[in-house]
Write a protein that binds this ligand. Sequence first.
Ligand code: SF4
Ligand code: SF4
Length: 210
Amino acid sequence: MQIQYKKKRTLLQNLLLVELAQGMWLTLKRLFSKPITLQYPHEQPVVRRGFRGQHAMVPDPKNGKARCIGCLKCQKVCPSQCIQVRMGKDPETKRRVLEDYTVDALRCIYCGYCAEVCPVNAIILTEVFDYSASTRKELHWDLPHLLANWDSYLQSTGESLETYVNPTWRPRGLPDSSFPALKRLPVDDEWKGLKQVTGRLAKAFHPLNR
Ligand code: SF4
Ligand code: SF4
């Protein structure tokens, strides 16, 4: 890494307080530019597709139980180690079943790796950002809480499994063949190959800007 130092100031620059004037000029310009801060909660931000907010567990539409198959990929990939998956055995069928799934929201850094790596789109991040609690325990979400997060997200936004989960939580720019079946559901062209977009360009594709 190359470190660039500022040129040494001349005596004249020191006397004229050039840098002070530059700073004041910058402040003056900002006085007349459009503010980028919002008067939250009176003003609400536009949350863009793919925003990494509150976690939710997606249920299987057939039985209402969590879709999670207990592969532990999310637990392994989580850099904050805030996911705990507990598997048990069904006494009748003797098959592995999910007993509990917890996310410690206080440790989460909202990287989204868990949602991207999940082969069955079970754990996802919703666009809900304004949640709070008065105790730490309330932000330690267990399985029923995560399933309830999904239900309330659908109710408040009118989203659906088909329109939200796959198009949002499938890594961009990769061919269908590199995904497991549940991640191969149809997505818009801009999520694939050359048409993938990021950063400012992504705004042009957001439904609110169309
Ligand atoms: S978003 Fe990142 S830090 Fe948070 S639970 Fe998922 S993998 Fe862990
Ligand atoms: S990656 Fe998905 S299926 Fe695997 S344990 Fe995590 S939530 Fe369950």
